[in-house]
Design a protein around this ligand. Structure first.
Ligand code: ADP
Length: 358
């Protein structure tokens, strides 16, 4: 079956600014896709092209059937301030020339679905941002679109509401059998609600993958760095990897926040025997280095504890085998039961990219 929407070689230029270049994407019916990327990368432009508000300069957007009816919910909701909730919702149906009786039926249904029945006679100014968003969604869904386009759905919500709203959007998506594309700056919520996440940078769709794949196999250094803090892997660990760095062609990184730390039983092995480094591969995950080593120091920070680990490179070089020397690994954790001198197992997910990252 053809995808709901097929985007091919899509490009858009504004006054010599290449807002989008050569975008290819198939959107399957029922998918929830979030578009993330730095400001000015072209995310909203893609949404506007999908909605039909803007026309592309190059390429095509093909829908499975002409009656796909995309509907865009703007970030500031665009409710009519002088119309009450009921009339705001009915407005779109009037534009679609639905007869009065069908209009009433649809409006009553979405008012109920969105928990707005009691607010039907209120004006937008009398509602909270969350309620206004529900009205905007209800208005959009009253016309029974196939494709729902959301522009920054968390922009005007309190931070404590964003996760609940992400769950709510996903539920609406499922309940109405929608295909949804959302532009958002909220990465956590994008990961929570989406089947796939598209990363747009400098007008290019760099990657569009499941949240798991994006974390484990980001397309390049820039994408990985956009998704969260990255540290260069200490060079002394490179020889333990399947593809060690050679003449600077491959570059290895890890995420200090995702280092999995667990304490080793001090009695199970003497410290000397406990030093070890080994490599593991697990399907769907990056390459993992498992390191048994000692915590040298911990330091509280706003974000948790930063932890330095390793062994000073002194003494007999043969003793140093399997130890992290000179370079120290820095992990960041919120575990408070770890202290200097303790033996730990640290699992690092190693991301490898060709070419220099920075
Ligand atoms: P994002 O949504 O990722 O923040 P946009 O799609 O809004 O990015 O913008 C992409 C680029 O296109 C930016 O450089 C922006 O300044 C430019 N742009 C967007 N809309 C217009 C417009 N109507 N006129 C001129 N330039 C525009």
């Amino acid at each position: 079956m053809a995808p709901l929407c097929q985007i091919q070689s899509l490009g858009k230029t504004y006054d010599k600014v290449h807002a989008l270049s050569n975008i290819h994407l198939s959107i399957e019916a029922g998918e929830f896709i979030s578009l993330i990327g730095p400001s000015g990368a072209g995310k909203t432009t893609l949404l506007r092209l999908l909605s039909g508000i803007e026309q592309p300069d190059q390429g095509t957007i093909t829908f499975q059937t002409p009656e796909y009816r995309p509907v865009l919910v703007f970030q500031d909701f665009w409710l009519f301030p002088t119309m009450n909730v009921r009339h705001n919702i009915e407005f779109g149906l009037k534009a679609h020339r639905l007869p009065k009786s069908l209009r009433n039926e649809r409006v009553n249904q979405v008012l109920e679905d969105f928990g707005l029945t009691a607010h039907a006679h209120k004006y937008p100014g009398q509602l909270s941002a969350g309620q206004q968003q529900r009205v905007a969604l209800a208005r959009a869904l009253a016309i029974q679109p196939r494709l729902l386009l959301l522009d920054e759905p968390f922009a005007h919500l309190d931070r404590n509401l964003t996760s609940r709203t992400a769950a709510y959007l996903r539920e609406i998506h499922n309940r109405y059998n929608l295909t949804t594309v959302a532009v958002t700056h909220n990465q956590e919520e994008a990961f929570q609600m989406s089947d796939r996440i598209g990363v747009i940078m400098d007008g290019n769709l760099v990657q569009c993958d499941t949240p798991e794949k994006l974390v484990s196999h980001p397309a390049n250094y820039q994408t990985a760095a956009f998704l969260g803090p990255l540290e260069v892997l200490p060079p002394s660990l490179s020889p333990y990897l399947a593809h060690p760095s050679q003449s600077n062609k491959l570059h290895h990184y890890y995420r200090p926040h995702r280092v999995n730390l667990s304490s080793l039983d001090n009695n199970s092995a003497s410290p000397k025997e406990a030093y070890s480094i080994s490599r593991r591969t697990v399907p769907q995950l990056p390459e993992i280095l498992e390191i048994h080593t000692r915590i040298r120091s911990t330091q509280p920070r706003d974000i948790g504890y930063t932890i330095r680990m390793g062994q000073e490179s002194k003494g007999d070089p043969e003793d140093q085998e399997g130890k992290i020397d000179q370079d120290e690994i820095l992990a960041i954790t919120t575990q408070t039961n770890l202290s200097a001198g303790q033996w730990v197992r640290a699992e690092l997910e190693v991301l490898t990219f060709e070419g220099p990252g920075k």
